[in-house]
Design a protein around this ligand. Structure first.
Ligand SMILES: [Zn+2]
Length: 649
């Protein structure tokens, strides 16, 4: 506002209008109208509809002295999505967090700023990040983040938040194994980029309790994958194991014996299975996640070679990801190595690294040995869409040979199949998966508080034979009483990948056994003759059909059409009145798949296994729908999730 241009007598009219439109105090504006200075700022960051109102007011009342300086106000249409990674700008449009900060230089100096998002196939996404006032001059960023994959991760983590109640957040990162591109990075709880100062409720992030508001905000904004270290636990065994195979200090035929613990110098290291794993080969040591075996594997390398691979896998340097605030890892320097520190680092305890370091190293283990620089921005474009800069795949070095990497893929596929080969919580029917879980006790937290807390994770990739996409799930300090990575992080991996794989164009290939149990949509049979219905069911793969009643036409059916159930389920066709055939659903929680099946069959109900990748007899029902006691029609489907108590460290 230029007060010296305002016509005498207009001051009150202007003040009253602006006060109402901009929610600024009338008195303050009036004072500015009467000021002798050249310019007075009434309000910054005015929304477009208010700008239009003011323009209208100026024109219809022939007002002089009100000027609007074009300004950009960033609007983030996807609000919370990838908040810590996208970041936001301050009042002066300076980037304060995420790519808004790391690419501030590319984005600043021009009026408009646009952040573009595309999907993995390069096509535009339905929602784009764009500035509220697109400018002719604005550069834009094309992120590697894919909003669909991001959504799958977000959805799964929302569930983790509810069930595991992590005290110190949870996270999922998906990457392209062969380029280092980050395709999704979800951290929960998050915040709304349009309102970044509003903190999530304290029960979603108990670790911030007692912190000042500023510190709490910083904690919420912190990119957990980049700016925080964690102890990787057994996931780290992929580093130790692959180094030993590469150097030939171990082979697939190496054998170990675990009696539940081992002693190094004066320190006793326990295996998570206190009774011991007995004798085991290299792959079994991985499947069992046996600590004493990995202490041996680390010792076979010795401090020099161990540290050499530790460094080559990128554990002693920043990854140089294009996000701000990357933190340094914490580890014992080579010269300070003792047999005890070598032992504990060999199985992933005592060293603290970032999640991006870990997933980058994991990618190198399985992609032929190549360590890439991770990145979240693929391109910088000018306003006409010309590419100003391309951030392609950058290979730092080859850490292990293609041959060793191939061997490791075989070992890690064995890990996901489990010791009995019947699948673990990370398994997905139709897919060959490689991966490793980890559970690390938070030693620093233990020293500070005396409480035993854990960080649980799983890192895996598909497809096993030539991995393309990797996913890491990390749950920091679960408080619901469970904490093994294999029990709580692996199922989240399976949930996300089950949706992501077909989206990424990786089609399932079912084994014969899987095919027989594969689920299909139950076709509609009501109104048909019994013979017609039987034929239709047969063609859809449902061979187990029961007809109830002596009528000729199907009046009702269970499961209802549209249900997605295993083809081994029985379909019941009712040809008579069925209203008295309601049954209370039994409680299946804690039962094995076979037990649940027999209980349900006994009362004429059908079982649908939600995560049918886990065929292990040790798996137990952890959730069911409908709930116990609900009344359903005979033949209805009860959907049950079975998980193994995969207590691998
Ligand atoms: Zn063991």
């Amino acid at each position: 506002m230029a007060p010296n241009q305002i016509k005498k007598g207009d001051e009150e009219k202007i003040s009253s209008f602006l006060a109402q439109t901009l929610s600024v105090e009338y008195e303050k504006i009036l004072k500015k109208c009467e000021s002798k200075t050249k310019y007075e700022i009434v309000k910054k960051k005015v929304e477009k509809p208010d700008v239009d109102k003011i323009l209208d007011f100026i024109h219809s009342n022939h007002i002089l002295g009100i000027h609007m300086v074009e300004d950009t106000k960033r609007y983030y249409p996807m609000s919370n999505m990838a908040a810590q990674t996208i970041g936001f700008v301050g009042g002066d449009n300076q980037g304060l967090l995420g790519v808004e900060l790391s690419y501030n230089k590319e984005l600043s100096g021009v009026a408009g700023k646009v952040t573009g998002v595309q999907n993995a196939k390069g096509g535009p996404m339905p929602y784009d990040y764009e500035s509220y006032y697109p400018s002719q001059d604005g550069n834009s960023l094309v992120l590697s983040l894919d909003s669909t994959l991001q959504h799958y991760c977000d959805k799964a983590l929302d569930e983790v938040m509810k069930v595991r109640k992590p005290a110190n957040r949870c996270m999922a990162i998906m990457t392209n194994v062969n380029t280092g591109e980050i395709l999704a990075l979800s951290i929960k709880p998050d915040f709304n980029l349009n309102d970044p100062f509003v903190l999530p409720p304290i029960d979603q992030f108990p670790a911030i309790e007692g912190k000042s508001e500023a510190d709490a905000r910083t904690a919420v904004w912190t990119n957990k994958a980049v700016s925080e270290t964690y102890e990787p636990g057994s996931v780290f065994k992929v580093v130790t194991g692959s180094a030993a195979l590469e150097e030939g200090t171990m082979t697939l035929n190496s054998t170990f014996h675990c009696n539940g613990s081992c002693v190094v110098d004066d320190r006793k290291f326990g295996c998570w299975r206190t009774s011991g794993h007995g004798s085991e080969n290299f792959t079994q040591a991985f499947i069992n996640s046996c600590n004493p075996a990995f202490i041996k594997i680390g010792a076979s390398l010795g401090p020099n070679l161990f540290f050499r691979y530790f460094s080559m896998y990128g554990m002693t340097e920043k990854t140089k990801i294009d996000l701000p605030g990357e933190t340094d890892s914490i580890y014992v320097k080579e010269k300070d190595f003792t047999p005890v520190s070598l032992a504990s680092e060999s199985f992933g305890q005592t060293e603290a690294i970032t999640a991006v370091q870990m997933i980058s190293a994991f990618n190198a283990v399985v992609n032929g040995g190549y360590l890439h620089t991770p990145h979240v921005v693929n391109q910088v474009l000018d306003s006409n869409g010309n590419v100003l800069q391309t951030i392609g795949s950058q290979t730092k070095r080859q850490v292990i040979s293609e041959t060793t990497s191939n061997t490791m893929r075989g070992v890690l596929e064995g890990v996901v199949k489990g010791i009995d080969g019947k699948g673990t919580n990370a398994s997905i029917p139709g897919y060959r998966i490689i991966g490793k879980s980890g559970t690390a006790q938070k030693l620093k937290h233990m020293q500070q508080t005396g409480q035993k807390t854990y960080v649980s994770s799983f890192v895996g990739a598909i497809p096993a034979e030539k991995p393309q996409y990797s996913l890491m799930v990390l749950i920091d300090t679960p408080t619901d009483g469970t904490y093994y990575g294999g029990t709580i992080a692996s199922p989240v991996f399976a949930k996300i990948m089950k949706e992501a794989a077909p989206y990424l164009g990786i089609a399932p290939e079912y084994t014969q056994d899987e095919l027989e149990h594969i689920s299909a949509i139950v076709p509609a049979c009501e109104g048909m003759s019994v013979d017609q219905a039987r034929g239709k069911l047969q063609r859809s793969g449902f061979k187990n059909v029961e007809v109830v009643g002596s009528g000729g036409n199907v009046l009702n059916q269970t499961p209802k059409t549209g249900n997605n159930v295993s083809r081994s389920n029985k379909v019941i066709l009712y040809t008579e009145n069925f209203e008295n055939r309601m049954i209370g659903v039994p409680n299946l929680l804690g039962l094995s798949q076979a037990e649940a099946n027999s209980v349900l069959a006994g009362c004429g109900l059908n079982l649908s296994v939600e995560n049918s990748g886990v065929q292990s007899q040790k798996a137990r029902a952890v959730s069911q729908s409908p709930s116990p006691g609900e009344n359903v029609l005979r033949g209805a489907v009860v959907s049950v999730e079975f998980l193994t108590d995969d207590e691998t460290g």
